[in-house]
Structure formats: structure tokens, C-alpha cells
Design a protein around this ligand. Structure first.
Ligand code: XMP
Length: 321
């Protein structure tokens, strides 16, 4: 891999910000750029770097792909508005669900998200805006896992030999690609982003599609979205690296109000990690696990089974897909 990692011990956030702002200005020249904001810490930091570098010559898009967490699009748009960044909300729900229909293979689902994002949605957006550059928040770990062939992270292109100019009609700029998540958090804080962003647990670009085993449909997204809301509200008090709910593909026999219910299974994962490269399940209190089971089986229609993942990464990975 020809990208040089900047380790946390060597990172000087103020100097890093200065260099990246200058580099974006130099590259974009007197042209314009667009940035893909997802609400995670990586893309939030890149949006602020782009904003500092280009001001009104940067257009910020938030793509509503239909697979986000509850309330996410509106919350992010209004937060950035308070920071002085105007965000355009793009409704692309139909395009993503069309592309995901019928797919069950994890890598095919990831590929569908990538193509819909870069080709179907951003291709026309960038063309119409007249910009030649797309800024995005790829980090060092994303590239490492993709190049190693473990998982194709949705935002890794150039390192896989994809000429984005040729294939999508624009160049991709990745200002935080030399940093791991902890480094990005330090930079995000130095950029003046609020704690709710710089300390936010990681969330994958392909969103809830990485947490559905089997086909991604609007109905199945609703189930995992409701379970995610419960898991996040119960586990946000822990100091865990990341916590999530997964909807399984198989259904199992349950019983409710004395009647058979052939219901869904939700798996909860909660990780201790520093960089997402390796991870250990958090030793949650039994009472917390019971609260999760009770709230998920009563709060998410159709769920009759809740499990907790106890395997480490490796051989597990953090997300299920
Ligand atoms: P895995 O599941 O590979 O995840 O152990 C490692 C970390 O990366 C996040 N993740 C992604 N982030 N695009 C992203 O921006 C992706 O396609 C993607 N897939 C996984 C995951 O949430 C974890 O923090």
C-alpha cells in the first residue's frame, strides 16, 4: 500500500488541518467541488476541511439512501446548518432499494451500494454542478481491509485500480486517508466539531445494509432500524467502541400471548477496540443483556429471539456483511 499512515503519536492536528486545506485549494484551483457528508466523523471532518478550503465553492450533499438510522438525515442537516454549512439533502431511497433488490451475497450488496452511490447518484450530481472533484472521508483502515481482500469498503476506489475520472466523471479527494479513526477524531475536534460528532461511534457507509443478513428490503430495514435505536439508547452509556443490531436471515419459532409466532432473530454486538482492526466483545452486565432482550422483543414487532455475539475479531468482523 503506497499510502503513508500518520500514527496518532506523530499527528499535529493544527498543522494537519493547515496542510490539508492548502492541498484541497491547490488541487481544486479556481474550480468547484462537492463533498459527500454521511454524518460520521470521517466525512464530517472532510466537510469542514473542504468548507475551510473552498467556502461557497463547495457543495455539501447528504444522500438519503433509505438505509440510515432513525432521524439521521434531518439531524445531520440541522447540525451542519448551525456550523454554517448548508447541506443539500438528496432523496435516493428508490435508487438504492432498486439496486439491492434480490441480492443476498454480502460483497454483491456492497458493490450495489458503491455503484449506486458513485454512478447513479453522484455521477449526475457532480456533472450538473460543474465540479470535477468529490471529497470523501476514506480512512486508513478502510483501505487496508479492502486491499487485503477482507471486505470491500464502499468508499475505496483508486486503491483498487478504479480510475474515477474515467468511470464516474470526477476525481476523488480523500484528505483523511492517512489517519485511523482515533486520528480523525482528534482532527475533527480541532476543527471545532461538537462532541456528538467527534466522539461518535463508527457507522459504516453502506449503513444498515451491513446489518441485514440476506435481502435488503424497506420492510427488513425498518426492523433493524428499530432494533438499532434500542441498542444505541441502551449501550450509549458504555464506553464501547461500537455497538449494533443485526437482523438474521432465518426465522425461528416463538410464542407470544399463548400463540405460535414464527419470528425474526436479532443479534446484538458490542465491541471493545481501538482501531477496528481487532475487537473483543464488551463484557456487558447480565442485567444490560436482559434489558436489551426485553426491549427488542417488546419494541420491535415480530422479533422473538435476541442473541449476543461473543466471538472476537478475528475471526468475526465488526459488521455482519
Ligand atoms: P469490519 O466489519 O470490516 O468493520 O470489521 C471495520 C470498521 O469499518 C466499518 N465499516 C465501514 N466503513 N464503509 C465504511 O465507511 C464500509 O463499507 C464499511 N464496512 C465496515 C465498521 O463499522 C467498523 O467500524
Amino acid at each position: 500500500m503506497d499510502i503513508q499512515e500518520i500514527a496518532l503519536t506523530r499527528l499535529k492536528p493544527k498543522a494537519f488541518i493547515r496542510e490539508q486545506v492548502e492541498s484541497i485549494r491547490r488541487t481544486v484551483g479556481d474550480g468547484t467541488a462537492v463533498v459527500a457528508l454521511s454524518g460520521g466523523v470521517d466525512s464530517a471532518a472532510v466537510t469542514m476541511l473542504g468548507h475551510l478550503a473552498l467556502g461557497p465553492r463547495l457543495t455539501t450533499y447528504f444522500v438519503e439512501n433509505g438505509i440510515m438510522r432513525a432521524g439521521e438525515p434531518r439531524a445531520i442537516v440541522s447540525l451542519f446548518k448551525r456550523l454554517g454549512v448548508r447541506v443539500e439533502l438528496v432523496d435516493a431511497k428508490a435508487q438504492f432499494f432498486d439496486a439491492l433488490a434480490g441480492l443476498t451475497d454480502p460483497e454483491q450488496k456492497r458493490e450495489a451500494v458503491t455503484q449506486t452511490f458513485y454512478k447513479t447518484v453522484f455521477g449526475p450530481l457532480v456533472r450538473e454542478s460543474g465540479a470535477r472533484f468529490l471529497l470523501q472521508g476514506t480512512n486508513y483502515t478502510d483501505v487496508e481491509e479492502t486491499v487485503a481482500g477482507i471486505k470491500r469498503q464502499h468508499n475505496v476506489l483508486t486503491q483498487l485500480g478504479i480510475d474515477t475520472e474515467k468511470v464516474y466523471g470526477y476525481q476523488v479527494l480523500e484528505p483523511v486517508i492517512q489517519l485511523r479513526k482515533t486520528g480523525v477524531r482528534v482532527v475533527a475536534r480541532a476543527l471545532g466539531l461538537p462532541r456528538s460528532i467527534y466522539a461518535r461511534p463508527p457507522f459504516p457507509g453502506p449503513a444498515l445494509a451491513t446489518r441485514i443478513i440476506g435481502e435488503v428490503t424497506p420492510e427488513r430495514v425498518e426492523i433493524v432500524r428499530a432494533a438499532t435505536k434500542i441498542v444505541e439508547s441502551v449501550l450509549s452509556k458504555t464506553r464501547a467502541f461500537q455497538y449494533l443490531a443485526i437482523l438474521h436471515g432465518d426465522r425461528v419459532t416463538g410464542i407470544r400471548k399463548g400463540k405460535r409466532e414464527f419470528g425474526y432473530q436479532v443479534e446484538v454486538r458490542c465491541w471493545d477496540s481501538t482501531d477496528a482492526v481487532t475487537g473483543r466483545p464488551t463484557r456487558l452486565a447480565w442485567s444490560t443483556l436482559e434489558t436489551l432482550a426485553r426491549r427488542i422483543t417488546t419494541g420491535v414487532p415480530g422479533v422473538v429471539s435476541v442473541t449476543y455475539n461473543i466471538a472476537r475479531k478475528p475471526p468475526s468482523t465488526i459488521e455482519a456483511v
